[in-house]
Ligand binder design. Sequence first.
Ligand code: ZN
Length: 144
Amino acid sequence: MQKEVSKQFSQSKLLCPVCASKKITKYWAMHGYKLARCKNCGMVWDPFPPEDLESVYTENYFINDNPKGGYANYFQGMSINKRTFYERIKRINNRVKKKDGMLDVGSALGDSLIEAKRLGWKNLHGVELSGFAVREAVKRGLNV
Ligand SMILES: [Zn+2]
């Protein structure tokens, strides 16, 4: 299986969506999911998403008694998510002078945006494929 996945990556004509580098390697693969990593800029992404990606990220992805790649209950893990995002955004704060304008791509229910606001960021936006997650983020007053 691992050799098949490595072969799939080496034979593909993948380009990094950030820097267009062709230096792509397998980053992670499990249970049919595969992630690629750009050796040039470090971008990690799913290069072979399912055709109907939107159908994966329904409410069932966020709340599920038998999670397969999603969450058992996203809401129960929010405090951990928030702590993780808080620490990451604090590190970003150490590298930037102006905390104005942040776009979270794949913002889910908006935990990172809430933590960014708490750490002084303004002009926050999220982009999310899941209609369920967008509705929940909007309920929280976020611009997603
Ligand atoms: Zn790249």
